[in-house]
Write a protein that binds this ligand. Structure first.
Ligand SMILES: Nc1ncnc2c1ncn2[C@@H]1O[C@H](COP(=O)(O)OP(=O)(O)OP(=O)(O)O)[C@@H](O)[C@H]1O
Ligand SMILES: [Mg+2]
Length: 425
């Protein structure tokens, strides 16, 4: 039994889960790529470091050889002209007490006096010492006796330095890129959804329009027909066409920029509740309370009725058609309006509260999960208001709160709380 109902859950569930799974997938792939490339860069850096150390070693050994054994001029030529110039490792050759004798691959201002230049080189030697241990050159005489030392100090080549910082640069670029992709993706997604919403609504209103006006004409025709003796049929037909007109009106309003008019919200809600009460279970009691019989706010009546209807329907569903719905309307001194709709249902689990406004989220067998999405859209996009779950628990049921700007003034959550508090005293 349970199994078949799980299988019957429509596909939109998968869609919703797929989307967030895909997001995680993209994130995981991005992290793997980043880690892999950092590890690889580190590997290259290590290799390059080894190679540079070997080169410096080679340089030192060649000098050592030249002085101790070889044909000095030839070997020195090899060192100074081939080994050192052909790589970019900055080196300083010093005597046994670290006094600089020579240097390569270091930019020193040619305008410096010999003294200044020497000072600069000494500083550099200190810097290099911190980075790498120097390579020692041992000078020996014919008998193999050590008579002097030289040192080669060196530091990372510019290339190696750059490569060391590369992962940080790379990370920032990747992070920026991911951010950009997500931003563009979600933006284009929202735009696309908006177009679908509006397009579908407009088209529905348009499609319903033609048969509806034809129906109205037929009713008028039958009314005028003296042979047609079923007034109760006509009455029912009129009710249905009226309902269809309301629906068409809603769809055409949401498919265009709706006009807002100053209406008495209390009256709008009361008459809507009266209408809905006849259509829901008699075991549901709906109370409407207000701090003023006239609460003016700029609204689109047909869309706002849709909001109330969605919230009441959800409440009735949650209470399994038995319980109480309290609607509390309060107008602030500056004109902002608070509207609380509380049911005596079982509440919404805490971890589900931030999901209920997502299109497609529904816990009902026949639910589309669109009611609250639409409601939020109407309140926030079309009325510049706010809607949220004010409270929800198994003991006290669920309270949805709507804040509407009256005379261009939108209350904040705290003001709304104090106002409602004052009202309920
Ligand atoms: N008053 C409430 N009490 C408890 N749960 C609620 C209440 N209102 C909404 N919900 C939960 O939020 C879900 C989403 O509501 P929503 O109105 O968007 O979709 P739906 O009612 O399931 O389907 P439909 O598209 O027909 O409205 C519901 O399925 C329900 O689980
Ligand atoms: Mg609903």
């Amino acid at each position: 039994m349970g199994r078949s109902s799980v299988q019957k859950q429509p596909k939109r569930w998968d869609l919703y889960q797929n989307k967030s799974r895909m997001k995680w997938g993209v994130l995981v792939v991005a992290i793997v790529i980043t880690i892999a490339s950092i590890v690889y860069t580190n590997h290259i850096v290590r290799k390059l470091k080894e190679r540079e150390a070997q080169l410096v070693e080679l340089y030192a050994k060649t000098i050592e050889y030249a002085v101790n054994v070889g044909n000095r001029d030839e070997v020195l030529f090899l060192t100074q002209n081939i080994i050192v110039p052909n790589n970019s490792i900055p080196v300083i050759l010093t005597d046994g007490v670290e006094r600089p004798l020579d240097f390569r691959n270091i930019n020193i201002d040619p305008k410096l006096s010999p003294k200044e230049r020497q000072k600069k080189l000494r500083e550099l030697v200190q810097e290099m010492k911190e980075e790498h241990d120097p390579v020692q050159i041992v000078f020996t005489d014919e008998n193999g006796q050590v008579y002097d030392y030289n040192y080669v100090f060196y530091k990372n080549s510019f290339l190696l330095d750059q490569l060391t910082y590369y992962p940080i640069v790379q990370l920032s670029v990747i992070a920026f890129f991911i951010f950009l992709v997500f931003y563009v993706y979600s933006n284009s997604k929202t735009n696309e959804q908006n177009r679908v919403w509006i397009g579908l609504a407009k088209e529905t209103a348009h499609q319903l329009g033609t048969p509806l006006s034809s129906l109205v004409a037929w009713i008028e025709y039958l009314k005028a027909d003296e042979d047609f003796n079923y007034p109760e049929v006509l009455e029912e037909l009129e009710k249905d066409t009226h309902r269809l007109e309301t629906i068409t009106n809603r769809f055409s309003s949401i498919g265009s920029i709706p006009t807002l008019e100053e209406e008495n919200l209390y009256e709008v809600i009361r008459s809507n509740v009266e209408y809905l009460s006849k259509r829901i279970s008699t075991k549901v009691k709906v109370n409407v309370e207000t701090n003023s019989a006239i609460v003016m706010a700029p609204i689109n009546r047909s869309l706002f009725n849709w909001v109330i209807e969605n919230l009441i329907k959800n409440a009735v569903d949650a209470m399994k058609a038995k319980g109480q719905i309290d609607i509390n309307l309060v107008e602030g001194p500056e004109g902002g309006v608070v509207l609380d709709i509380t049911d005596s249902g079982p509440g919404i689990p805490k971890d589900k509260i931030n999901k209920i406004f997502i299109p497609g989220y529904s816990t009902k067998k026949r639910g589309w999960g669109l009611g609250l999405t639409l409601t939020k859209r109407i309140v926030e996009n079309y009325h510049q208001g706010k809607i949220f779950v004010k409270h929800s628990s198994p003991e006290d049921g669920t309270t949805f709160r709507i804040l509407l700007p009256g005379k261009d003034y939108l209350l904040d959550a705290e003001e709304a709380d104090t106002l409602i508090g004052r009202n309920s005293v």
